[in-house]
Design a protein around this ligand. Structure first.
Ligand code: GAP
Length: 446
């Protein structure tokens, strides 16, 4: 973890370079681009969806599958509207906002340093701000044929409220006892006043959340446990230790009793990628009150009847993808004067694990045969277009850990060359040993 909490970002490249690579190579680009985009919404292209799916699979593996005490859930995005009254979102989930009377732009009152100059005022570049007022961040919709107050529903602002709604059902169905957790990955929506920093602050994004239900006497123990687990996850992903830190909250969210953020040092500064909170019994007590259903449990042995406390871990999938991309992006000056753009991605999240490249189109058939055999195991790519150096570069810039080159000698010696992305070292291997060799390097636990 970082020893220098306020270290300035030391990225020798500009954010625009990464954004441009992401669009050019089909990782991430603006939603509805042909209409000029829609602010705060992003699409993950062919390689981006692989990266994101890999990241989600890794989280699910660690948080759900490898544990006996966590169950999975995939709830609906729209919940009963009372859910959001109980959670406090209808009343409290807002940011202070101001409008400029001249240029009509809207800003977050707590981020006016970024407001820039007013384009509409003559003789002055200062904005003409209205007083601050609160702006609710939840996105509203209507369910059913009418659009009156009774039909109002909300796109969920966080995935966890459905976990609280379903707590009793999941507990009973899975026969879990306290302590245990419920985890889910899914979309969340917030009508952010100023979406910015690429995907960092979006209006539609994905969260991976765990609500871990515990006895009130074990709050510190489980908070520490989940903090350690989650920091380990980000480290194992390869995020540089000096770009990761834990920041304990001085002030807490309306529901939280203890809280800390895991922050990453982006090119635009230290920012939260995950929140860990002791939410107390706020959620279960509110949902008990608003639904009229008692969500307390009875300990079978002690007969104690109590509302469990909750430790929450909530990570932004898009923010972690962005951290992984920023962490891995490099523009290397090579000895021959050329620049090599490379994404140093952990093999577990790399969109393509291995590319097969025949040295000549004449070798397409055996090379494709090899690629097809590897494709059953990993996401692979076959490329026979252009010179071999250029083909390596195309794979480097999307983070493919290994390239396998099939050449004319392969026909006689039954061997291929495997090139590694980061060190660019090459080894010659028997074709029938390639899969095993790759397995040993790609299946490393993240
Ligand atoms: N259930 C708790 C909760 O939602 P949060 O700190 O508001 O807490 C959790 O959000 C995580 O969701 C954040 O750490 C961040 O990674 C992600 N997140 C929140 N707002 C986001 C946004 N507008 N765009 C992208 N990710 C966001």
């Amino acid at each position: 973890m970082s020893e220098a909490p306020d270290a300035k970002p030391s990225y020798p490249w500009r954010m625009e370079d990464l954004v441009s690579l992401c669009a050019r190579r089909g990782l991430i680009f603006p939603s509805s681009e042909i209409y000029g985009g829609i602010n705060g919404f992003w699409d993950y292209g062919p390689l981006g969806v692989e990266l994101k799916n890999n990241l989600k699979a890794l989280w699910w593996q660690r948080v759900v599958r490898e544990r006996d005490d966590v169950e999975g859930l995939d709830s609906s995005i729209i919940c009963h509207p009372r859910t959001w009254e109980a959670s406090g979102h209808v009343e409290h989930f807002s940011d202070p906002m101001v409008d400029c009377r001249a240029c009509k732009k809207r800003f977050r009152a707590d981020q006016l340093d970024d407001a820039g100059k007013c384009s509409a005022r003559e003789g002055s570049s200062q904005h003409d701000f209205t007083p601050a007022r609160n702006f609710n961040l939840m996105l509203k919709t209507f369910v059913g044929a009418s659009e009156d107050a009774a039909a109002v529903a909300w796109l969920r602002a966080e995935t966890c409220q459905a976990i609280f709604n379903d707590f009793k059902r999941v507990k009973d169905a899975s026969r879990q006892k306290i302590p245990f957790g419920i985890a889910q990955i899914g979309k969340a929506f917030r009508n952010e006043i100023n979406p910015r920093n690429f995907t960092f602050r979006s209006r539609e994004f994905e969260q991976a959340e765990l609500e871990f239900f515990i006895h009130p006497s074990e709050r510190e123990k489980w908070f520490a446990h989940w903090m350690d687990e989650r920091v380990r996850f980000h480290r194992d992903l390869g995020l540089q230790p000096d770009r990761l830190r834990v920041k304990h909250h001085d002030t807490l969210a309306h529901y939280a009793k203890a809280g800390a953020d895991i922050e990453f040092l982006f090119p635009f500064g230290w920012q939260e990628i995950e929140g860990i909170h002791d939410r107390g019994d706020w959620d279960l007590s509110r949902h008990s009150e608003f639904s009229g259903k008692d969500l307390a449990i009875t300990d079978e042995e002690t007969k104690e009847h109590y509302l469990p406390m909750v430790i929450e871990t909530s990570v932004g999938v898009d923010r972690t993808c962005l951290a992984v991309l920023c962490n891995g992006y490099e523009e290397q000056k090579l000895d021959d004067g050329e620049t090599r753009t490379v994404l140093h991605l952990h093999p577990a999240v790399a969109p393509i694990k291995v590319a097969v490249l025949p040295l000549s189109k004449k070798l397409a058939e055996p090379a494709q045969k090899l690629e097809r055999s590897l494709r059953r195991r990993w996401n692979t790519f076959y490329d026979e277009a252009g010179n071999i150096g250029r083909r390596y570069r195309r794979q480097d810039e999307v983070g493919t850990p290994f390239c396998v080159t099939y050449d004319f000698e392969s026909e006689t010696d039954g061997q291929v060359t495997v090139r590694e992305r980061d060190a660019m070292t090459q080894v010659r291997l028997p074709i029938d040993g390639v899969r095993r060799w790759l397995e040993e390097r790609l299946e490393v636990a993240a």
